[in-house]
Ligand binder design. Structure first.
Ligand code: FES
Length: 124
């Protein structure tokens, strides 16, 4: 089944410098925009898959693309949204594109929240 996507302006392109991250809310979704060096803009779920903590408050290293969650120091590779520590978790990735001077995010119109959760083997 194909889900329609609605393209919605998330930010001005000038709001997200290369090497930076930005927290935005788009159609009720918390979204983390990422513009790593030499990479296209990416968009992931804005809340940690562990607990409801804003990933944009974490520490981002644009040289490695790694982001450390401020909650419990889970680490993510923002090149693809994968969990580095713990491994096995995956941030939900939204479609995103830069159109002129706007960053627009594709929000699937399926009526659900786009937010992956993850529990460790210890049940954390
Ligand atoms: S809330 Fe992010 S690691 Fe716990």
């Amino acid at each position: 089944m194909t889900v329609d996507i609605r393209w919605v302006k998330a930010a001005d392109a000038d709001d997200l410098w290369e090497g930076d991250i930005l927290d935005v809310e788009v159609e009720g979704e918390q979204v983390l925009l990422v513009h790593a060096f030499d990479n296209p803009v990416k968009a992931f779920q804005g809340m940690c898959p562990h607990q409801e903590i804003l990933l944009a408050d974490g520490k981002f290293d644009p040289d490695t693309n790694r982001l450390l969650c401020p909650g419990h120091s889970w680490e993510f590779d923002l090149a693809d949204g994968s969990g580095v520590n713990p491994m096995g978790c995956q941030l939900y990735e939204f479609a995103v594109k830069v159109e002129g001077d706007e960053i627009v995010v594709g929000i699937p119109q399926d009526g659900v929240r786009h937010h992956n959760r993850f529990e460790t083997a210890e049940g954390d």
